[in-house]
Write a protein that binds this ligand. Structure first.
Ligand SMILES: *[C@@H]1O[C@H](CO)[C@@H](O)[C@H](O)[C@H]1NC(C)=O
Ligand SMILES: *[C@@H]1O[C@H](CO)[C@@H](O)[C@H](O)[C@H]1NC(C)=O
Ligand SMILES: *[C@@H]1O[C@H](CO)[C@@H](O)[C@H](O)[C@H]1NC(C)=O
Ligand SMILES: *[C@@H]1O[C@H](CO)[C@@H](O)[C@H](O)[C@H]1NC(C)=O
Ligand SMILES: *[C@@H]1O[C@H](CO)[C@@H](O)[C@H](O)[C@H]1NC(C)=O
Ligand SMILES: *[C@@H]1O[C@H](CO)[C@@H](O)[C@H](O)[C@H]1NC(C)=O
Ligand SMILES: *[C@@H]1O[C@H](CO)[C@@H](O)[C@H](O)[C@H]1NC(C)=O
Length: 323
């Protein structure tokens, strides 16, 4: 009886040590990287013009997609925006999720990301802030670089956003073409100068530009899977960069995900063109399964140490039994 009590105590001890190691492994790996090095953003900067601060209740679907590696101080890991589309699903740009400087996209692991929502403040936690780990990451299978094509991805979070939460809500995806001239709103934290995150959520009104006009501005690079928006008369002021992955909302529906630009206009992923892929992919997720070791990140080394610790415990308890 006594022996089994010891065994369980030691097992709990093992788990504790393993979890501690798991936690410190992240803090440890972070220190070698200088802060505010966001390769994603320097490679594919998206600039949006003329933003002003907005209340979270006017964009409750907005999320901040962050790399844990850079999240030493709150907000510094922010690499892209995204939008809540179901209680467990976030949509963002696929280019936000890849390793930099590769000719073919190579995706980071789900455990490298964290998703923060429910507040306009990038660098503060409010009583309404929600944060989740990413359980699964599904980019569009035909995503490509140069130019960015099919630039969208789904993040299935390891948790469920509470229904009727005061500052977070999902947004429905648009299923129809959006006419040129429709005023849409785009939101994001973005970057005002290289390496500096804008600390409050900004919104800008951007009219949709016809695909034809956009295609001629971008010498034939525009496909039906893109939707262009921008206000040409506003291009010189209030530029903010790093809005990639952020939501473009037209007629109250999520119509685009900020993808790329080279000046004017802004090119977004045209979500109505991907509606079927999104709903089909959504149906592959198990909404009842949560699996992420309670938000901790177990690396291979910690797993091995944990298992060794358990084996030693087992051996010692057996030895005690024989005696
Ligand atoms: C990626 O390439 C750019 C330009 O060649 C370079 O400045 C940058 O340091 C590279 N980033 C990484 C993470 O290697
Ligand atoms: C977006 O995709 C839809 C559905 O494929 C298409 O009808 C529309 O023309 C595309 N472009 C815009 C700007 O809506
Ligand atoms: C879009 O907004 C501009 C500026 O406020 C306004 O002049 C224009 O009529 C609006 N367009 C539509 C289609 O509502
Ligand atoms: C954009 O222009 C190219 C080259 O003219 C053309 O092949 C392509 O179909 C056009 N895109 C759209 C959406 O019409
Ligand atoms: C575009 O920018 C100009 C100049 O700032 C502004 O007067 C106009 O209202 C903007 N249009 C829209 C649709 O926001
Ligand atoms: C917008 O950009 C164009 C081309 O770069 C430039 O000629 C124009 O002056 C700019 N407009 C403003 C308001 O800065
Ligand atoms: C996604 O899947 C969930 C669970 O099956 C379902 O409740 C929800 O309506 C789906 N949403 C969309 C946008 O497909």
């Amino acid at each position: 009886m006594k022996m089994w009590q010891n065994f369980w105590l030691q097992t709990i001890g093992c788990l504790f040590v393993t979890l501690l190691l798991a936690h410190s492994s992240y803090a440890g790996s972070v220190s070698v990287h200088s802060k505010n090095t966001h390769p994603v953003l320097t490679e594919y900067d998206s600039k949006i013009f003329g933003g002003s601060p907005v209340a979270i209740t006017s964009a409750p679907w907005q999320v901040s997609v962050r790399l844990l590696l850079f999240e030493i101080q709150l907000g510094q890991g922010h690499i892209c925006g995204g939008a809540v589309i179901t209680s467990r699903l976030i949509i963002t740009a696929a280019h936000c999720l890849i390793y930099p400087n590769t000719t073919q996209p190579i995706y980071r692991l789900p455990s490298e990301f964290t998703v923060v929502m429910g507040s306009i403040y990038l660098e503060e936690v409010t009583p309404y802030t929600l944060q989740y780990n990413v359980q699964q990451l599904v980019p569009h299978p035909e995503f490509s670089l140069t130019p960015l094509q099919n630039d969208l991805a789904l993040l299935f979070i390891d948790g469920k956003i509470p229904a009727n939460y005061p500052t977070v809500a999902s947004i429905a995806i648009n299923q129809m073409a959006v006419d040129a001239g429709v005023n849409c709103s785009v939101t994001g934290w973005s970057i005002v100068a290289k390496g500096v995150n804008w600390p409050v959520l900004l919104a800008a009104v951007l009219p949709v530009i016809s695909t034809q006009q956009c295609n001629s501005s971008y010498s034939g690079q525009i496909s039906a899977g893109m939707i262009c928006a921008g206000n040409q008369s506003n291009n010189g002021t209030n530029a903010f960069q790093g809005g990639s992955g952020g939501p473009l909302v037209c007629n109250g529906k999520l119509s685009g995900i900020v993808s790329w630009d080279s000046g004017y206009p802004e090119v977004c992923t045209n979500l109505s063109a991907y509606y079927n892929w999104i709903t089909m992919t959504n149906s592959t997720f198990n909404y009842d399964y949560y699996g992420g070791a309670m938000g901790l990140h177990l690396g291979a080394q910690q797993m091995v140490l944990g298992i060794l610790c358990l084996l030693v415990t087992l051996f010692l308890s057996q030895a005690a039994f024989i005696k």
